[in-house]
Write a new protein. Sequence first.
Length: 416
Amino acid sequence: MSSALTFTFVFLLVTTTLIRLWLGRRHIAYVQTHRNKVPAAFQESITLDAHQKAADYSTTKTRLVIIEAIAQALLLAAFTLGGGLQLIDDIWRNLLTSQEIIRGALVICSAMLVSSVIELPFEYYKTFVVDEKFGFNKMTPAMFFSDLVKHSLVGLALGAPILFAALWLMQGAGQYWWLYLWIVWSVFNLVMLAVYPTFIAPLFNKFSPLKDENLKQRIETLLTKCGFKSQGLFVMDGSARSSHGNAYFTGFGASKRVVFFDTLLERLNADEIEAVLAHELGHFKHHHVIKRIALMFAVSFLGLALLGWLINQPWFYSGLGITQASNYMALILFLMVSPVFLFLLRPVMANYSRKNEFEADDYAANHASAKELVKALVKLYRDNASTLTPDPLHSAFYDSHPPASIRISKLAAYTS
């Protein structure tokens, strides 16, 4: 079984990496092929210069993703079959001969730190080279590293208790530790959904009440009509970090709030903002958030049940380059290698997400204005430099939203 797992892991790691590279190259070629002509549906609203900027932005980002995919594959191979995780474990075993829970937490945190250090140059390059080149970046290096420190501290403050709880349950909760951990993990996520808008998000951005009284009244009328109760309407200082625009719902239960990027409010008129909000309300009315939470809980239940079985299989460790089995090593191994085994399910999840977007568009078209939503989307495509001509196969694998041309054509049917 050990050699079979090794072969399967290597095969899938190589295969998924090659697929990622192939999809990236396809996408670049497709976007560049259609670079010199604006699609017919957008010729009156998007200039050739804007279309070419979006094509070049998408191409540049995809090239970076290709390089990152290679780095991620090499890092995973180094951690597993290359003995990296075992080396980290050996170091901490020499320093802490007992106290397995603390040692396990240190091993997992060390592996995550190494991964973060490898990923940091890619994030920095995307922000200060790619986004800077195309006029989207508003961050300074000081802000970038300040955010990095804050994210790390918040992640540690929130992650450390759940990590210790997981290792404690794995060690002392008996055969069904995975079920108890699933309950703890589910409760933790529900609590995070409730407290994130009020206590965590303000650590990174400023949120101020919407001051435009006319717009506020229109939005509140729409919320009432759609039966949506929120904690308030807020404007986020997205322009402090990027010129990209967006709007979203956040929170859970009584803590729900509507958030607009200040950049979005600057670009869209009241009718367009109302249409965008109606789309977001469509997600609420179709219970997409609840369905996603339920799906996440179901997947985590199955994953932890599988881990509960794998943890007692010697071949699980030896097949992935680990010579000394432990609870914490089973956990970090499972978290690291599972994306390789699940990669081919990405189109299924992307298709599900795009289906939700179509349903939300349909709701917006029936409760606001399809014409205004089209105008808003076109502005967002243009201002965010979103390519209008993604490679269909690349889009099927990665895109959570439908391609622009398909989405606009469906909405246009409501206006004809």
